[in-house]
Design a protein around this ligand. Structure first.
Ligand code: NI
Length: 135
């Protein structure tokens, strides 16, 4: 139902999740509608580009255990294989165990997806986030 430029919808959420949301909203001073609008926009930004075939740019953010056998060599090999879409890499030694790598990428959405999936398969990779911007 649409009235005055907004649509009213009803959604189902597990009670625990709703409580977590409301607790956070109390802390940051947002109402539910604003939070849901932001969440929907973020969701669309995160997934829209995966359905398109054009060029995109962004960053792969990787957290990995550098003591995991062969991980550094594997990640370097993968980056050499995908050299045409990687513009730069920043490496941060976080602590004794963890390394953070930020890989700037530019190229077709398909090739960037492939690179992210390839890296995610490596044993020792604890987290991988892909932030993409579209023009
Ligand atoms: Ni390191």
């Amino acid at each position: 139902m649409s009235r005055g430029g907004v649509a009213r919808v009803s959604i189902s959420i597990p009670p625990d999740l709703l409580k977590e949301l409301d607790d956070m909203l109390k802390k940051i001073g947002y109402d539910r509608s604003k939070a849901i609008r932001i969440a929907i926009r973020n969701f669309l930004t995160d997934y829209k580009w995966t359905q398109e075939s054009g060029d995109v740019a962004g960053a792969l953010i990787l957290l990995y255990d550098h003591k995991s056998r062969g991980i550094e060599e594997s990640l370097t090999d993968i980056q050499h294989e995908h050299g045409s879409i990687i513009t730069s890499t920043m490496h941060v030694h976080l602590d004794k165990e963890n390394c953070l790598e930020i890989i700037a990428v530019k190229g077709s959405s398909r090739s960037i997806k492939e690179l992210a999936e390839r890296m995610m398969k490596e044993k020792g990779v604890k987290q991988l986030k892909l932030a993409v911007v579209t023009k």
